[in-house]
Ligand binder design. Structure first.
Ligand code: CMC
Length: 428
């Protein structure tokens, strides 16, 4: 053991080995601490707890750095395609041409979903939020592919289920929207690539020819890449926790979708646009909302601001902000919400409250403005995040299985009543 820390507790010394990551991040290994000293560590919200080592994504929140498998997010967003990045995250290396071709072809073969899934979809009321429909239908894949629930699947079966999931996600996502608006469902068009196919299932009408705008396809590709993984966030951690009990990949990812839905995580992208719309409807008084966000008596927060790990500008937000003007210009869209967002950012970044707390715009702050310009309805924003994050969830699940990690089972410090006698009903 080359590096370690010493913990002195009640006069006794305990040695805690230090684990060092590729980029010199340091952790104390507390694996044996309880057995040796009776102590556990307490860290609500896992603010300072590493759950595992991982070779997938590197993130330095102080410097604003994000890399997938060692490749800078800026370079991937500019030069690669979403499926290339999906392959990279899941299998560890960028695919060469034939490998990518085969990966795309395999995915294309599995874009259809079982017809009986339509019956499940029919059972949802049209008011159902698409995220609830998405997680339910992804969970129901376990019923259509029962081999997926077996922890002893062969590597080939695991790979097939990964392909199925990647292939069916856009179909199910688009159908969750069609259910909401009560339109007939569009089936996948396998002559189209991943992004164009999704857009066609969202927007094509049976009676009209539909060709997605290449600007929209490009923008979607970039947004999906930027959302593809983010190491041990709330939804990835959920996927790992669910998967650690050897529940199926589909169940684990359904859990991840539910975790993502919350407004503090991926659901923030819907909240941001609703907040910007509210500010616009209220006359565009940005300062009023910044003051409200600072007021500890108000529950209001600046949505799309702040991050658990970024204490600098979120590199994804930087790229999306840069792309915003360009994409809106190319699409000929003038959105007053973009001006409000920029003003909000400017005021917040010069306000001591936000400066002292290192609160910067996160990935959700500008993404909704692009989604809106692309014609994506607000309630589908978090679904878009889920489509993007899917390769990351799969990669995190696969790594967890390959590392043979034990079942996730945190401990606690009990602070309730000590033992007390049962009180008969009449005496309560
Ligand atoms: N507006 C106003 N104040 C804020 C905000 C905000 N958006 N975010 C954090 N703060 C304040 C917070 O009140 C606290 O202040 P104090 O120290 O005086 O109590 C301080 O900053 C630290 O915040 P925290 O809530 O303890 O930090 P956290 O790491 O537990 O939470 C967060 C991180 C992302 C949940 C939080 O910043 C937030 O609620 N942001 C708005 C929701 C949002 O945009 N979420 C999307 C995150 S990025 C997408 C993803 O990957 O999930």
């Amino acid at each position: 053991m080359s590096r370690y820390a010493e913990l002195i507790f009640e006069g006794k010394k305990y040695i805690l080995p230090v684990v060092e990551g590729t980029e010199k991040e340091l952790a104390l290994d507390i694996n044996k601490l309880r057995d040796e000293s009776g102590l556990i560590t307490l860290d609500p919200g896992y603010k300072n707890t590493g759950s595992n080592t991982s070779a997938i994504t590197f993130l330095d929140g102080e410097q604003g750095i994000l890399r997938y498998r060692g490749y800078a997010i800026e370079e991937l967003a500019e030069k690669s395609s979403f499926l290339e990045v999906a392959y990279l995250l899941i299998y560890g290396e960028l695919p060469n041409k034939p490998t990518l071709h085969k990966f795309q072809e395999d995915i294309t073969k599995h874009t259809m979903v079982h017809e009986n899934m339509r019956k499940i979809l029919d059972g949802f009321p049209s008011e159902a939020h698409p995220m609830g429909v998405l997680s339910s239908l992804i969970s129901s894949l376990t019923a259509f592919y029962p081999n997926s629930i077996s922890p002893t699947q062969s590597p080939e079966e695991v790979d097939l289920n990964i392909i199925r999931l990647l292939a069916k996600m856009p179909t199910i996502a688009a159908w969750s929207y069609k259910n909401e608006i009560g339109h007939p469902l569009n089936y996948p068009n396998n002559s189209l690539d991943y992004c164009a196919n999704f857009l066609s299932m969202m927007f094509a009408f049976p009676t009209e020819k539909y060709d997605a705008d290449p600007v929209v396809i490009d923008a979607l590709n970039k947004l999906l890449i930027l959302h593809a993984d983010h190491e041990q966030n709330c939804s990835a951690a959920t996927v790992r926790v669910v998967g650690s009990s050897q529940a199926s990949l589909f169940s684990a990812v359904a859990g991840g979708i539910n975790a993502l839905w919350g407004p503090l995580h991926g659901g923030a992208n819907q909240e941001v646009i609703e907040m910007l719309e509210a500010i616009h409807a209220d006359g565009g008084n940005v300062k009023k909302y910044v003051e409200k966000a600072k007021d500890k008596n108000s529950k209001f927060r600046l949505m799309g601001f702040g991050h658990r790990v970024y204490k600098n500008y979120d590199p994804r937000a930087k790229i999306i902000k840069g792309a915003c003007d360009n994409i809106l210009n190319k699409l000929g869209v003038r959105d007053p919400l973009l001006e409000i967002a920029k003003e909000l950012e400017h005021i917040a970044l010069n306000d001591p409250y936000f400066v002292e707390r290192k609160l910067y715009p996160n990935v959700d702050f500008y993404s909704g403005i692009i989604y809106k310009a692309m014609g994506i309805p607000t309630e589908m924003f978090t679904v878009m995040f889920a489509i993007g994050r899917l390769p990351g969830w799969i990669a995190q699940w696969k790594e967890m299985v390959e590392h043979k990690l034990p079942i996730s089972r945190p401990r606690q410090i009990y602070v309730g009543h000590p033992l007390r006698p049962y009180i008969p009903m009449g005496n309560r």
